[in-house]
Design a protein around this ligand. Structure first.
Ligand code: ZN
Ligand code: ZN
Length: 371
């Protein structure tokens, strides 16, 4: 585990945030929160792995005995986190309860990992009936949204990797190939360029381009198609990539070229609008107003962006209603789209808010690439 990315003071800072939120502990099963605190990419299994971060006292990781070597290899002990292994016939929930009572006395309110499995939520409730369960996400939100320099570097590494994949895409898009064939090649390229996991491959051609979350189908690419390619994966660091470019196979329809120019200007303007103190919703409005003024407002059917880090979608969301002021270190996508129906387009970059404005992490060409 990279000690700059997952620093040794992180459990302490998370404990401080837990105290500040008036909770007695966080209980984190495998997922992005547990990884954020420790760097440990634990498996989500029916056997309980649970990191307990008490507001006061030492954090501990309850871990199945057979997973202990993996937890040790991840360097969890380096952070001062105590490893508590349980054997197949032990009750790990009773173990959590006993140690939590010893650490926190009256257990009170605890924050659970946002996507802890319901079976675990209910078992914990059964062994700690006096405990009030709430979510850990809001406690960690402020810390996770403001990326450290090491986290920004990890996101930049992810972005550079997905840019290299986009550089290969024109060579993969040919009339006569299906979206699925192209998608399989892109998935292989995502891994070849350094990701450990393919998170999504959207190859949306022709009318499918008008469906923002279309993934892959058997549709065969034909001349005159517009193809929206939105791809992302997870790097060994745990940090994610996500970038969209729109391609055309041969000359696209004239009405497409007209709105693609509008989209490119709107995406550019939204990136330029990013700076500390500006609200998340105003970045959305910057893109949306330009698209609306050009007459395509009804075809921009999603928010402008989402935060990214250990998850490909996390806070802050760049959407109307989110008055959150942007701050240095926040990383998010800027991805307006226009989807009239016959075809569609989206351009997506990951940007980081800095004192000087937006730092764009994706830098492959935003011009319409005609293959
Ligand atoms: Zn995307
Ligand atoms: Zn995205």
């Amino acid at each position: 585990v990279d000690s700059e990315l997952y620093p040794t003071d992180r459990p302490g800072r998370v404990a401080e945030a837990t105290r500040g939120a008036g909770l007695s502990a966080l209980l984190l099963t495998p997922g992005p929160e547990l990884r954020y605190v420790t760097g440990y990419d634990a498996h989500q299994l029916e056997r309980l792995t649970c990191l307990v971060v008490p507001a006061d006292g030492t954090s501990f990781l309850v871990v199945p005995r057979l997973e202990l070597p993996a937890a040790q290899a991840a360097g969890v002990a380096r952070l001062g986190v105590e490893l508590v292994a349980w054997h197949e016939t032990d009750d790990p929930y009773e173990l959590v309860a006993a140690r939590l009572r010893a650490a926190a006395g009256d257990v009170g309110r605890v924050g659970l990992a946002d996507r802890m499995w319901a079976m675990m939520v209910l078992r914990l409730r059964a062994v700690l009936p006096g405990m009030e369960q709430t979510l850990a996400g809001p406690v960690l939100r402020g810390l996770r949204m403001r990326k450290s320099l090491a986290e920004v570097a990890a996101l930049a590494e992810a972005a550079a990797a997905i840019d290299r994949v986009h550089d290969r895409v024109p060579g993969l898009l040919r009339a006569g190939r299906s979206e699925r064939e192209v998608g399989a090649d892109i998935a292989a390229a995502i891994l070849a360029e350094g990701h450990t996991r393919v998170d999504f491959t959207i190859v949306a051609s022709g009318p499918n381009a008008a469906s923002p979350h279309h993934e892959l189908s058997g549709r065969v690419l034909t001349r005159g198609d517009v193809v929206v390619v939105d791809i992302g994966g997870t790097m060994p660091s745990g940090y994610c990539s996500d970038s969209t470019r729109t391609y055309a196979i041969g000359e696209p329809p004239a009405e497409f070229t007209a709105y693609y120019e509008v989209l490119r200007d709107a995406q550019e303007a939204a990136c330029t609008a990013v700076r500390p103190g500006v609200s998340a919703e105003s970045v959305d409005a910057t893109a949306r107003d330009l698209i609306t003024q050009a007459g395509y407002g009804e075809f921009f059917i999603h928010r402008t962006g989402h935060g990214i880090g250990l998850e490909s979608h996390e806070d802050p969301y760049i959407v109307a209603g989110n008055a959150e002021p942007l701050a240095p270190g926040m990383a998010f996508s800027v991805e307006p789209g226009i989807y009239p129906g016959e075809h569609g387009a989206r351009i997506e970059d990951i940007v980081v808010c800095t004192e000087q404005g937006a730092l764009r992490l994706n830098n492959s060409s935003r011009d319409l690439v005609i293959v």
